[in-house]
Design a protein around this ligand. Structure first.
Ligand SMILES: Nc1ncnc2c1ncn2[C@@H]1O[C@H](COP(=O)(O)OP(=O)(O)OP(=O)(O)O)[C@@H](O)[C@H]1O
Length: 655
């Protein structure tokens, strides 16, 4: 079984999920596009559905992987998407095949931990044919009042629960009630499994994505990633269909008995845990949007708790959003219960669901690889639309033309007559991770130390966050900073993680962390302490705040040093061989923290001898040789296709 390298992949924080996904996609050289939602997340953050596209624009075979149809389940789908990209870098796409990853199609639901969207709409009931009247669900209407009881407890609540209990008994158990409720309903906008009154934002966005990035392909496999139904911890592979079609046979021949076909419609029954009575699924949408393609719509559905328990959690969440207070203790408890109903806090569940899903993705690529190219004269090829433009999504890459977080041009540095850096340049965009590799003595650490003027460069230009460090000529054709106050200001924005930690030995861990925020940034001590505790939690050292550096292991000291760096809220983090002073068994714990920082979108410049790590976390790698950049490229390119002989030799010695 493949092991999850990052258990924290399952995060409840929308920003963490998004940054992690974008980071993984950028490392894979995907083209990125974003669809901005008009609402914000709970922290005021902007919300987006992101699309990562890999492969030829006009590929005739496409694999689509969609997450977050039911917002709160998006943690799982996002983890699968990011982890599959990270575990397969560079991803080997078969010829004439492209990958389209749609990250969090219902971003509002994910950010607010709701199964539904911003209009209380279940997106997986919203893809009905809106040209005709939506299906009626009279049996739901009879139960609706009990589902939306305004009281959390008290006599009315007791009556509502009694009514539901009687309905369960007379219908013959929870499953029967579930079949009624989960069929979806279109009359009660405040009720459960409400399908809406027209196509919602996520519906329109998905259709736009399909017509922009997928339409015209001859063969398409689509995964829609879900949790919350079926046996615990078992990722079932399903294909949901309202009628038989060519894709189903393709699915059966690809996955054999692993695939369950669920025929939906009025009165349909299935033992898969999903609602066969419902219509308006994503699978219907993809087939409708891609009429000229052979489409295999797949659902991965990872079972969690008993159906009745999941339904209760959804019902409580509906009450919370209609009548409760999100920030109250009860509100927080309801949210926690809902999240646990869809993503259990169980490493084995998380590992198994993720690993199995990645295997289903691998298999899909194999299935696409074995599809012969379409006959150029055939019907499908005739109908193929060539993608010449990518509107209306805004390419995320365009954002990367914002000003770089760090730019260095033509940097020279000599110690006496020994020129250690001979014209080194580098540019890191916000959120980018740039690693520097090279033999011992090639000048990597000196370069890093020049960026925050721990070493004074002999000449060259350094721009941090748009501000150029002003230099003035000094003796012997050298230069010095013109204004030390400017240097101090810029240093405060550039965090540095040193090889030897550099913690103050006479101060506790907490005092080490708050020292600079209080004395350099002028933060209130109380605020700095609060922030320090958050950071210690992040690096896994909550228990160690009162200890002194000498009482900690090397790995713990380095993690404390990272927390101290983060306390200054740096624009850029420079890491100078952060693990080279550690015993091998302590390296992993530090790399994990650095990986997390990288994936949360911090801008980092990293000097390291950990090649595999550099390959996994970096967007760009520079190979330094004798004070010059010999080669720079993306990790995939640099490691698999080194151009210079020196780099080839270096890699053969170190990999
Ligand atoms: N303060 C200094 N005074 C004199 N020479 C120095 C000084 N600092 C570094 N050097 C020299 O500069 C060269 C580059 O050193 P640097 O530490 O930048 O290399 P590096 O690529 O980081 O090496 P390593 O991977 O071994 O850390 C070396 O020859 C080193 O001896």
């Amino acid at each position: 079984m493949r092991h999850i390298r990052q258990p924290e992949l399952y995060s409840v924080d929308y920003n963490v999920l998004r940054q992690r996904f974008l980071s993984a996609a950028r490392r894979s050289n995907a083209a990125l596009f974003e669809y901005k939602h008009s609402l914000h997340g709970p922290g005021g953050e902007n919300l987006f559905t992101d699309v990562a596209y890999l492969g030829e624009r006009n590929a005739s075979k496409k694999l689509v992987i969609l997450s977050g149809t039911h917002g709160v389940e998006g943690q799982f789908g996002s983890a699968c998407q990011a982890e599959w990209l990270s575990a397969n870098n560079p991803l080997q796409l078969p010829a004439d095949t492209a990958l389209v990853i749609v990250h969090l199609i219902n971003p509002w639901g994910t950010a607010w931990s709701r199964r539904v969207n911003e209009d209380n709409v279940d997106l997986n009931r919203n893809f009905v044919d809106w040209e005709v009247a939506p299906p009626r669900n009279d049996k739901y209407a009879e139960l609706h009042e009990a589902f939306v009881c305004a009281e959390w407890d008290g006599p009315n609540r007791d009556r509502a629960e009694e009514m539901l209990s009687q309905a369960r008994t007379s219908a013959g158990g929870h499953a029967r009630i579930a079949a009624i409720v989960e069929a979806g309903q279109y009359d009660c906008p405040d009720g459960l499994f409400y399908g809406g009154s027209g196509p919602v934002w996520s519906n329109r966005t998905l259709n736009d994505i399909l017509s922009t990035f997928v339409a015209g392909a001859s063969d398409v496999i689509v995964f829609d990633l879900h949790t919350g139904a079926g046996p615990y911890g078992y990722p079932a592979l399903l294909s949901v269909a309202e009628e038989d079609h060519a894709g189903l046979q393709w699915g059966t021949s690809t996955y054999g008995h692993a695939l369950k076909v669920v025929m939906t419609g009025k009165g349909a029954i299935t033992d898969t845990g999903i609602a066969a009575t419902a219509t308006g699924y994503v699978s219907a949408a993809v087939r409708k949007a891609l009429p000229t393609s052979r489409v295999l719509p797949l659902v991965i559905e990872c079972g969690t708790l008993e159906g009745a328990v999941v339904m209760d959690a959804v019902k409580a969440d509906n009450w919370l959003h209609l009548f409760g207070k999100l920030e109250s203790p009860l509100g927080q408890k309801i949210k926690k219960t809902l999240r646990a109903a869809f993503i259990p806090h169980d490493p084995e569940w998380q590992q198994n669901c993720l690993a199995t899903s990645l295997r289903y993705f691998d298999r899909a690529l194999m299935a696409l690889a074995s599809v012969a190219r379409p006959d150029p004269g055939g019907d499908i090829a005739k109908n193929a639309v060539s993608i010449t433009d990518w509107p209306p999504a805004v390419p995320v890459n365009a954002k990367r033309h914002e000003r770089p977080a760090v730019e260095v041009h033509d940097l020279h540095k000599s110690f006496g007559t020994h020129e250690v850096l001979s014209g080194v340049g580098l540019s890191a965009d916000p959120g980018e991770v740039v690693s520097m590799i090279g033999s011992s003595g090639s000048g990597k650490s000196t370069f890093l130390r020049c960026i925050n003027l721990l070493e004074q460069p002999s000449s060259g230009t350094i721009v941090v966050d748009g501000e150029e460090i002003r230099m003035k000529p000094a003796k012997g054709g050298r230069s010095h900073p013109a204004d030390m106050r400017q240097v101090e200001r810029i240093r405060a924005r550039v965090g540095m993680v040193f090889q030897n930690f550099n913690l103050w030995p006479h101060m506790s861990v907490l005092d080490n962390i708050i020292e600079a925020p209080v004395h350099v940034l002028g933060e209130r001590r109380q605020d700095a302490v609060e922030h320090a505790h958050q950071l210690l939690k992040k690096v896994g050292l909550s228990e160690k705040h009162a200890q002194y550096p000498g009482q900690l292991s090397g790995g713990q000291q380095q993690r404390a040093a990272i927390a101290r760096t983060l306390a200054m809220r740096p624009k850029v983090i420079l890491c100078d061989e952060p693990t080279s002073a550690l015993d091998p068994e302590l390296v992993g714990e530090v790399l994990r923290v650095i990986r997390q920082l990288a994936e949360e979108g911090n801008t980092m410049i990293l000097v390291t001898h950990e090649m595999q790590f550099a390959r996994e976390v970096s967007h760009k790698i520079l190979f330094l040789h004798q004070g010059k950049v010999e080669e720079q490229s993306t990790p995939a390119e640099l490691f698999t296709n080194p151009r210079s002989e020196r780099l080839r030799q270096f890699l053969s010695r170190t990999l």
